[in-house]
Design a protein around this ligand. Structure first.
Ligand SMILES: NC(=O)c1ccc[n+]([C@@H]2O[C@H](COP(=O)([O-])OP(=O)(O)OC[C@H]3O[C@@H](n4cnc5c(N)ncnc54)[C@H](OP(=O)(O)O)[C@@H]3O)[C@@H](O)[C@H]2O)c1
Length: 235
């Protein structure tokens, strides 16, 4: 029998976070979900949604219960441009969304995470941190910081709270829609991967669900490359 856990998913209204929310609910867990611009229509398979903008100065998590077993932070961006065309303020904007946003949420949730037996935090990086790709400086700068943050927090919060990070390659979500918006792009992207497929939200949500669960209870401080073999295989 599965113990029911309380999970917070920031950015559960789209892509990977939405799929994860659905999976956790099917498994019998209680999901506290947030949206920013797109509130999903009420549906039996989805949680109740709370509005939250991670760029706001004051973050309130008043809707959460006393104790929280897991937190997943999904807001991110994929801005691909030549380095010389990116303004320093663009780097700062990405950093605020991906890194400072995660820091504010984790700090706000920490007292509740500390009250759980085996709490777990999951953050997202990208394949473009371990492997260098042209036009990826903006996203790689922020996601590189997320990887460092994940490991350092894992050390500081051990043994009470585990922290891990997933580094996906291109995954078929609304965030990546502009990179997969015709058959030619979809096929070319699949073929770039040793496993000859584009990632699905399920592929990434499955790993997040595992890291949240009791099955991941001896894993912390890791970066998981869920990327169709992109970062480590030459075929
Ligand atoms: N998809 C990929 O190819 C890919 C590849 C590598 C890494 N990743 C990473 O994986 C994570 C999830 O990506 P995804 O593809 O599932 O993204 P997505 O479909 O764009 O979903 C992002 C979620 O974050 C929410 N969000 C955006 N801005 C926010 C803000 N200011 N405050 C609060 N919430 C906000 C969105 O809410 P609304 O929709 O309600 O506005 C949405 O629920 C991201 O960190 C991304 O960088 C994705």
């Amino acid at each position: 029998m599965i113990n029911m856990s309380n999970y917070l998913i920031i950015g559960a209204s789209s892509g990977i976070g939405k799929k994860l929310a659905e999976q956790l609910i099917v498994s019998g867990h209680r999901v506290y979900a947030t949206y920013f611009k797109n509130k999903p229509v009420n549906n039996a398979g989805l949680p109740d949604y709370h509005y939250l903008n991670v760029l706001d100065e004051n973050i309130s998590l008043d809707f959460l219960p006393e104790s929280l077993d897991g937190l997943v932070y999904c807001p991110g961006s994929i801005n691909l441009r030549p380095f010389e065309r990116i303004k320093p303020s663009d780097f700062v904007a990405d950093f605020n969304l991906q890194v400072i946003g995660a820091i504010k949420i984790i700090q706000a949730a920490l007292p509740r995470l500390k009250k759980a037996e085996n709490a777990s935090i999951v953050l997202f990086s990208t394949v473009a941190v371990q492997t260098g790709f042209s036009f990826h400086t903006q996203v790689s700068a922020s996601k590189g910081a997320i990887e460092g943050l994940s490991r350092a927090m894992a050390a500081e919060f051990a043994p009470k709270i585990r922290v891990n990070c997933i580094a996906p390659s291109l995954t078929d979500t609304p965030l990546a829609a502009h990179l997969l918006n015709n058959d030619q792009k979809r096929e070319a992207n699949a073929l770039r991967h040793p496993l000859k497929k584009t990632g699905t939200p399920e592929n990434i949500a499955d790993m997040a669900a595992f890291l949240l669960s009791e099955k991941g209870s001896w894993i912390s401080g890791q970066i998981f490359h869920v990327d169709g073999g992109m970062s480590s295989l030459k075929v």
